[in-house]
Ligand binder design. Structure first.
Ligand code: SF4
Length: 312
């Protein structure tokens, strides 16, 4: 989750061995003036609206944009917020500390990084209301500790190669990722304020998930790739789904990475879903409810489903 150059190398090796037939020009993001990439309606949607991972029929869109209902927080979504927030804060803090510390070493970095934990923790806890404070505190501390060890180790590794690195170079050697990278998705019918969880140097986009893996999460990567390509005219062929598996009872956190080729089929499926959901808003059409709703959904109080699954 806190990417290093070793992770980038490992991902690139796996990608080189992954079969991939390439991407057709008409489903690249820069083909936004022609179908199928050209948006069919003027509505702008977030990637997480189109692929929420909790509503099979897409009724979440109708509830949000037609009924204008408010979301109600739940512990599953708050846990995801904590994971994303720690990721963004840890990357930002590590880079700032490396740039500003008078004397840099793995030890001095770790001391400073740890001293920021309470501030970060209090800020995150002030924005969570449902997830247990005890479990949230454990999760924040565990992820922060992990980030600290990773970055201090990377600093020592870089300094052992040369003591004369500029701080900017050291930052790029220790933390090569851009966390919460902003992308304007308007050209492809998405919102102007999209955020890619992590952008890695080889042009790899990463989506972090704290809920169990679902096939549909791969569509998220297609959405971000289309937006990125439309804005920067730079191809994005692969993405990574990073699943953060958290077991609060056993106090255990595991990370699983899945390489996803952002193929023509994946792009087409995302675009079809985008168009179908845009049409449902434009026509005020209720797409109906699934057989069973997901406990991660923040609109359960609006739809009041008869059945809610035990697990997300
Ligand atoms: S409550 Fe069910 S139907 Fe309504 S938005 Fe959530 S998952 Fe979809």
């Amino acid at each position: 989750m806190f990417f290093t150059w070793s992770d980038v190398g490992e991902l690139s090796r796996t990608i080189r061995r992954t079969p991939f037939e390439g991407v057709s020009e008409e489903v690249r993001g820069w083909s936004y003036t022609e179908p199928p990439v050209a948006p069919t309606y003027g509505v702008k949607l977030g990637v997480s609206d189109i692929v929420p991972g909790y509503c099979e029929t897409g009724r979440n869109i109708y509830v949000k944009y037609v009924l204008h209902a408010r979301q109600r927080p739940n512990s599953i979504l708050e846990r995801g917020y904590i994971v994303h927030s720690i990721h963004e804060n840890a990357v930002a803090s590590a880079k700032r500390i490396i740039l500003t510390l008078t004397k840099i070493s793995g030890d001095t970095f770790l001391e400073n990084f740890r001293s920021e934990l309470d501030y970060v923790k209090n800020r995150i806890l002030s924005r969570t209301h449902v997830y247990s404070v005890e479990e949230a505190s454990w999760l924040i501390e565990a992820l922060w500790r992990k980030a600290g060890f990773i970055y201090s180790g990377e600093i020592e590794k870089a300094l052992s190669r040369s003591r004369h690195l500029s701080r900017e170079t050291l930052v790029s050697l220790v933390s090569p990722e851009l966390a919460e990278f902003p992308v304007d998705g308007t050209l492809v019918g998405l919102t102007p304020t999209l955020r890619i969880d992590s952008l890695l140097p080889t042009g790899l986009i990463v989506e972090i998930k704290s809920r169990p893996f679902k096939e549909e999460y791969m569509l998220t990567l297609a959405g971000y790739a289309l937006a990125f390509e439309s804005q920067y005219e730079t191809p994005v062929d692969f993405g990574v789904l990073l699943q953060v598996q958290i077991d609060e009872r056993k106090r255990d956190i595991k990370f699983y990475k899945k390489i996803v080729p952002i193929s023509d089929d994946l792009r087409s499926s995302f675009l079809e879903r985008r168009d179908m959901l845009m049409a449902s808003i434009a026509e005020n059409r209720d797409p109906g409810m699934p057989e069973i709703c997901n406990p991660a959904c923040p609109y359960l109080h609006v739809c009041q489903p008869r059945k809610v699954a035990d697990k997300p």
